[in-house]
Design a protein around this ligand. Structure first.
Ligand code: PHE
Length: 370
């Protein structure tokens, strides 16, 4: 009996004296480990007479439970103390400013492209795309440019070396080939199986993308961005085009009073064709939209030429539509006051830091629009 009381007193003293978790663990092993003092006592129960075991069993088991509990309690104490010490040693100064992090910025062209997509998406347009490297068919022939017609030169085309098939591909000079690709896909839905099925008329798409022309000055760069628009349906007329573009301009510039005007123009792929100008003021050096007595051309458009509807396998007596194409970079210059188009593609991060947009400033993807 006294042995057990002595053992308990000794273990209790050691547990209380354990200064860290390692010392405590040593005591635990000495008491409760495989060959520990209490474990050895428990083993002797097997060799006792039933009466002895009945007397000793509860005593030894009780000792084991009490020792295990005080070890656990001491462990908690030691762990709490260790945490306190750690917090005290490495005190955090939450008032210090965070170290600066380099942040990227959204390029104004991409920002404006997103804003334009948001405006047209609200009107029910979806986004279509086409390749930057086009063939003559999609960029010119299917768009009603006559063979060897100077109109092809008008676009200052970048041609690639002829491929193995002898075809001289080119960098698309406008986004209008997207019209052809969409309409020919649409045609499939009406029966011709050679293209992937996407959508049958009615069609309502915009096609943003890069375009290329051999041209460079303050308002022209060899690569720039356009947004194509195409609507094909029954009974579509010029009034629909004008309304759509007027509504776009007001929403895009976030100005209700923007005045536009349509001037007759010529494109081989639209008839009639027009260019649209917005009212602006140039007197102060920078161009201001929505006031003044000047005009600035921002896009070309018109009614899709019946030849194009036909070449895309649709019947022009059944389907009509309008199309337009506008320069995204030019709209970015106007909306956000960018002075020189060439800087837009100068890849100077200081320019981007100044004119760029934060990707996270506003959860609304069209962050420039209210
Ligand atoms: N593709 C023409 C251009 O680049 C713009 C345009 C598109 C005109 C669609 C009419 C219809 O100048």
């Amino acid at each position: 009996m006294t042995d057990l009381a002595d053992l308990e007193a000794d273990l209790s003293a050691r547990i209380a004296a354990a200064g860290d978790l390692a010392a405590l663990d040593e005591t635990r092993i000495a008491a409760l480990g495989k060959t520990g003092a209490i474990s050895s006592l428990l083993k002797t129960l097997g060799g006792m007479s039933p009466d002895e075991r009945r007397a000793q069993g509860p005593l030894i088991n009780g000792l084991r439970d009490r020792v295990a509990a005080s070890i656990a309690a001491r462990r908690t104490e030691l762990e709490d103390a260790a945490l306190e010490a750690e917090l005290a040693a490495g005190a955090l100064d939450l008032s210090l400013p965070a170290p600066p992090r380099r942040k990227g910025a959204v390029h104004p062209t991409m920002q404006v492209m997103d804003e334009m997509i948001a405006v047209f998406a609200e009107m029910g347009f979806s986004v279509a795309e086409g390749p930057d490297i086009e063939d003559d068919f999609h960029n010119f022939s299917a768009l009603n440019f006559p063979p060897r017609h100077p109109a092809r030169e008008m676009h200052d085309t970048f041609f690639l070396k002829p491929g193995p098939d002898g075809e001289r591909r080119l960098l698309r000079t406008h986004t209008s080939p997207i019209q052809i690709r969409v309409m020919r896909r649409a045609n499939v839905a009406l029966g011709a199986p050679q293209f992937a099925v996407h959508q049958a008329p009615p069609i309502r798409i915009i096609g943003p993308g890069r375009v290329y022309r051999c041209d460079s000055d303050a308002t022209h760069t060899p690569m720039f961005h356009q947004m194509e628009g195409l609507v094909i349906d029954r009974d579509i007329h010029m009034g629909h085009l004008k309304w759509t573009l007027d509504a776009f301009v007001r929403r895009f510039f976030e100005m209700d009073g923007v005045v536009t005007r349509f001037r007759p123009h010529h494109f081989p792929f639209t008839e009639p064709s027009a260019e649209m100008d917005v009212q602006c003021d140039r007197s102060g050096g920078a161009v201001k939209i929505g006031e003044g007595s000047d005009w600035l051309e921002i896009l070309g458009g018109g009614m899709v030429h019946p030849n194009i509807i036909r070449i895309c396998g649709l019947d022009p007596d059944e389907w009509q539509g309008f199309a337009f194409g506008m320069g995204i970079d030019r709209l970015a210059m106007l909306k956000y006051g960018l002075p020189d188009l060439r800087d837009t593609f100068g890849a100077d991060v200081r320019w981007l830091a100044h004119y760029g947009f934060s990707a996270f400033a506003d959860p609304n993807p069209a962050s420039g629009l209210s």
